[in-house]
Design a protein around this ligand. Structure first.
Ligand code: SF4
Ligand code: ZN
Length: 419
């Protein structure tokens, strides 16, 4: 018999009540990832002989051995063996790391994969919290919530730079394999889209609709993930939406999506377009990897990311934008997105697609690089289109970037008017 009510053996309070808690820099004892140190998290399916059930290993310094204010690298590796486990479930279980760690009082987690960012508060540390307790809480929650899949589980937490670097390579291979499998699917080739209501715990009316070519805005839930999550928990937060015939092919409106959206958004939303940010766009919760905003002066749009703290040409930083756009509202002209949506063929086709992009941080350009160039070629924008897009080195205001866009013959000027 598997227990359903497990006491989590950690020295801080634990539960969904702490999910929305943020930990400010000044209250932080130790910080991991967030672009400042190397970090990753990975759930792997492994064979029965490779796992010692219940084992938690810490490789590297424990946080009682480091001074307040330290930044450490981090690797969280969750190995699962289960007769009913599938590789397609890995991504779904991995996303749960975000929710489970946030359940700990004084533990804060954002983003995912090799972008994850974790803080442990001074308060939690003073109560005796250690990184091994991240292992304890993950162990308890994975066993509790996925008893049908998890037969054996072991967890490794790494704070050692060399160990993190060695294992992040394996993690990235796994991420790539998952992404490659998804690339063979298109919105046209499937019968169903999937919903995600996971973020309703933060943003009660927020509904993500996930298609093969549009990842959830957190970047962590792909169509395959949503499908797998539905298979694991048929009554869970991911439900199939049978597509049927589109009301509007270009803007991406389906009757079935609207029918789903109304009750799922607690009757706050009537309709949604999946392929535009200008008219009834998808709502944004709070965990988008990037935000797009229109720049009407140049008939284009800009994108900034959670990792980019600087000012942008729309006059707002990421955090100010996030405050404006988030919370589960439709905000025409603004939208939270997953990074990989930028290289999707279904990236706002109704608004002109990637040709609209006039500004994005350098780091995002580098992150997308190869795929973005391929997309530029596919769209007939040329291999060098990425160089026609301004970034913070060109300027951080419309006035600063306008001459650059004009000189480089940016396509935004020849597109249909946005508003
Ligand atoms: Fe699900 Fe969307 Fe939240 Fe991601 S952002 S967990 S896809 S509701
Ligand atoms: Zn969210």
């Amino acid at each position: 018999i598997k227990l359903t009510n497990i006491e989590v053996p950690i020295p801080v309070n634990f539960g969904p009540a702490f999910e929305g808690e943020t930990i400010r820099k000044g209250d932080t004892y130790v910080e991991f990832g967030g672009g400042k140190t190397t970090a990753f998290e990975l759930v792997r399916m492994i064979g029965p002989d490779e796992v010692v059930d219940g084992k938690i290993t810490v490789i590297g310094p424990e946080i009682d051995a480091i001074p307040e204010g330290t930044r450490l690298p981090l690797g969280i590796m969750v190995d699962i063996y289960g007769r009913k486990m599938q590789e397609d479930f890995e991504g779904v279980l991995e996303r749960r790391i975000h929710y489970f760690t946030n359940y700990g009082e004084g533990i804060w987690h954002v983003a995912q994969r090799d972008l994850c960012w974790v803080r442990i508060s001074k308060d939690a540390r003073s109560k005796g919290f250690l990184v091994k307790h991240i292992g304890e809480l993950l162990l308890a929650k994975f066993r509790q919530e996925f008893p049908a899949i998890v037969d054996r589980i072991q967890i490794t937490i790494m704070t050692d730079q060399a160990a993190v670097e060695e294992n992040i390579v394996k993690a990235r291979e796994r991420y790539r394999a998952r992404d490659a499998r998804l690339k063979t699917l298109t919105d046209e080739s499937v019968e169903e889209f999937y919903s995600c209501l996971l973020c309703q715990s933060f943003a009660p009316n927020h509904v993500c609709i996930i298609t093969p070519e549009r990842v959830g805005l957190c970047g962590a839930v792909s169509w395959l993930d949503a499908k797998a999550a539905y298979e694991i928990t048929p009554t869970g937060p991911n439900q199939p939406i049978t597509k049927g015939i589109a009301i509007d092919d270009i803007r991406g409106m389906w009757q079935t999506c609207n029918d789903y959206l109304r009750p799922a958004s607690n009757n706050t939303l009537e309709e949604v377009n999946l392929y535009t940010l200008m008219d009834k766009p998808m709502t944004s919760c709070g965990c988008f990897e990037a935000i797009m905003a229109i720049v009407p002066e140049v008939n284009g749009l800009m994108i900034t990311t959670r990792e980019h703290s600087g000012m942008t040409p729309c006059g707002m930083t990421f955090s100010t934008l996030a405050g404006t756009v988030g919370g589960g509202l439709q905000t025409p002209g603004f939208m939270g997105i997953g990074r990989s949506y930028l290289v999707s063929k279904k990236f706002i086709p109704a608004d002109g697609g990637i040709a609209r992009i006039v500004w994005m941080p350098k780091e995002l350009k580098e992150f997308l690089c190869e795929d973005f160039i391929q997309r530029s070629l596919d769209e007939g924008l040329g291999e060098d289109f990425i160089d026609k897009i301004a970034d913070e080195s060109i300027g951080i205001s419309v006035e600063e970037i306008m001459p650059f866009l004009e000189e480089n013959g940016h396509p935004c000027y020849s597109l249909e008017s946005l508003i």
